[in-house]
Write a protein that binds this ligand. Structure first.
Ligand code: NI
Length: 238
């Protein structure tokens, strides 16, 4: 009798071991970073600009990665800033050549705004952006169709600081902290000097709250956006 119990136990243990080794094999694929960590994506638009290096210094100090939606015409004038961005692990997105509201342009002009910017970025940093942000968030079905043809998802935001309007370091800091949330995408501008000045305190506070500052691509993790897709999706209008 005892022997049977022992044999049964042995079978149970072996099965248990097999089951646990199967679990281990499945666990080899790591979970996306932002499943594990409390992430936030800070995004800076309309540069590169003379204030950008100061922002890069701050990001470096806090080991923060960010996403820069840049304008083609500015990239052409400041290649060294672009190269530094990439070297330090930040992401670069297409924000058109000249910042028009794309909804007001002809199809031909929409395509020209995006492709000219793709090209100047490629010439400067050796890679094409894989995402774009429509200036002023202005998009519609027609713009979406053009972006689908060009292979670019449209990245919007979960929180806009309206920093370009505020032009006040304290207000920008308060708004950014208020808009911060897990998996949030925050819209800021590195052409606004008060924003650049506000960032050390913002990063310090959010870091203390456990946030990891990541690029939009890191935030997306395993999720592949379709060309032309709008992300994060806009809240439904009431
Ligand atoms: Ni913009």
């Amino acid at each position: 009798m005892r022997l049977i119990v022992r044999m049964l136990l042995a079978v149970v243990c072996t099965t248990g071991l097999l089951a646990s080794s199967a679990t281990t094999a499945q666990a080899v694929k790591p979970k996306p970073y932002c499943v594990k960590y409390k992430c936030i994506a800070l995004t800076f638009d309309d540069g590169p600009w003379p204030y950008t290096p100061e922002l890069l210094d701050t990001l470096k100090k806090y080991k923060a990665k960010a996403t820069f939606f840049v304008l083609g015409r500015k990239v052409a004038n400041r290649p060294e800033m672009m190269q530094r961005m990439v070297k330090e692990g930040h992401e670069v997105g297409n924000h058109t050549w000249d910042h028009p509201s794309l909804t007001e342009l002809s199809d031909e002009d929409i395509v020209a705004e995006i492709t000219s910017t793709q090209e100047v970025i490629y010439e400067t940093i050796g890679r094409y952006p894989t995402m774009m942000r429509p200036p002023n968030g202005a998009t519609n079905e027609r713009v979406g169709e053009r972006m689908a043809e060009l292979g670019l998802p449209q990245i919007l935001w979960t929180g806009s600081t309206l920093d370009w309007q505020a032009r006040n370091q304290k207000i920008i800091k308060q708004r950014t902290l208020k808009l911060a949330k897990r998996n949030g995408v925050i819209l800021l501008h590195d052409i606004v000097p008060e924003t650049v000045k506000a960032m050390p305190a913002v990063l310090k506070t959010l870091k203390a709250k456990g946030y990891k500052f990541v690029t939009v691509s890191t935030l997306l993790g395993d999720r592949k956006l379709a060309a032309g897709e709008i992300w994060p999706p806009r809240p439904k209008k009431k």
